[in-house]
Design a protein around this ligand. Structure first.
Ligand SMILES: Cc1cc2nc3c(=O)[nH]c(=O)nc-3n(C[C@H](O)[C@H](O)[C@H](O)COP(=O)(O)O)c2cc1C
Length: 341
């Protein structure tokens, strides 16, 4: 039995649901080529960061006002400022190169925390040939003076600003930390996003007890991390309807992970950690296993799989919501006798 892996994501026709999400490998032409050769159905470039672009603007203003020290304070704010110089241009050049060599859609990514003139980079990415744009919203709501409503309103204003500056499809990569996720998801789509990428993975800083420094730690994901996007995609798929695209990202490393993501309602399953651990060829083996699994389980196509286990399709929709909590806690059993010896 041959299986049809084709899917649609952000209005783009993809040969399979396996997409290479943003990582250092997707941003270099040589490794992007390997990802495509291994079967990646689309490639999401790493993000161009707001800080990088804003720094460039500070630099331009500084050169215009050469001789004054008016920007000294602003420059102190940015770490590694030299490495930011020309970041925007370098990004656009790599995007053009990767687009020129790729037969699969190339999605550019913009990391943002606020609206501002730098949003013009969305348009520059479109002009450089991006097939779609992923807006990566990454911020920690640490200011007690800002309410959840303020934070959400700012995010929606940013999405609307980016939406109005480009005509290519727009996906928004969201954090899982909104207090009313389903409401935010709805508003993000209403603000003009064509789809959601669930979820952005937050990297938690650690403390080095020798130096007493706060250190950045980047751990690759573990398989259990897929459960968070699974739950939310299951809940959101019926809410958002068939036109909104949904991408699952976090913890996807096997064909069965891809099957789960599709079954709850994702259009694509994105991989980064698995590729960084095992190399680009991991995509090929996951695709082969996906074909085998689907044939053995008599699924002819991805469209047949998609949404077959979303919250309205399963027997017990509450399993994705509250009731699960109590049952899960009660299901724990001690691995050994805990009575003190
Ligand atoms: C080294 C590294 C770099 C990443 N860079 C970006 C980035 O620039 N923009 C972005 O949106 N996500 C970035 N991510 C997040 C991934 O795209 C992905 O969403 C996340 O790792 C979860 O997927 P996974 O479990 O398959 O790794 C990065 C992840 C890693 C490990």
């Amino acid at each position: 039995m041959t299986v049809d892996l084709r899917t649609r994501y952000l209005g783009l026709d993809l040969r399979s649901p396996i997409v290479a999400s943003a990582s250092p490998l997707t941003g270099e032409p040589a490794s992007a080529r390997l990802l495509e050769q291994a079967g990646a159905a689309a490639i999401v470039l790493p993000s161009l960061f707001e800080e990088e672009v804003v720094f460039e603007e500070v630099e331009i203003n500084r050169s215009l006002e050469a001789g004054t020290n008016s920007f000294a304070e602003a420059l102190d704010y940015f770490p590694n400022i030299q490495s930011f110089a020309g970041a925007g241009d370098r990004y656009l050049a790599r995007l053009r190169q990767i687009k020129a060599q790729s037969a699969v859609p190339v999605i550019a990514s913009l990391n943002a925390t606020s609206t501002g003139g730098w949003v013009r980079y969305a348009k520059l990415m479109e002009d450089a040939g991006a097939d779609a744009l992923e807006l990566n919203l990454y911020h920690v709501a640490a200011n007690p003076a800002r309410s959840a409503a303020d934070v959400e309103a700012a995010d929606l204003a940013l999405i609307a600003a980016v939406r109005s500056s480009v005509s290519i499809p727009l996906a928004v990569k969201l954090s899982p930390y909104y207090s009313s996720m389903a409401n935010v998801a709805r508003h993000v789509i209403d603000a003009g996003a064509d789809g959601l990428v669930l979820f952005n993975r937050f990297y938690q800083p650690d403390l080095d007890l020798d130096t007493l420094e706060v250190v950045a730690r980047l751990d690759l994901s573990q398989p259990w991390e897929l459960r968070l996007p699974l739950r939310w995609i299951a809940i959101l798929r019926p809410e958002l309807g068939p036109d909104a695209s949904l991408a699952a990202t976090s913890g996807i490393g096997s064909a069965t992970d891809v099957v789960k993501a599709l079954m709850v309602g994702a259009d694509v399953a994105m991989m980064t950690s698995a590729i960084l651990r095992h190399g680009p060829d991991k995509i090929r083996t996951v695709e082969a296993s996906l074909r085998t699994w689907m044939a053995e389980n008599e699924y002819e196509s991805v469209s047949q799989l998609r949404g077959s286990a979303s919250s309205t399709a399963v027997e017990d929709p509450s399993a994705f919501e509250r009731a699960n909590y109590m049952r899960t806690l009660r299901s724990w059993s001690a691995p050994r006798d805990l009575t003190p010896a």
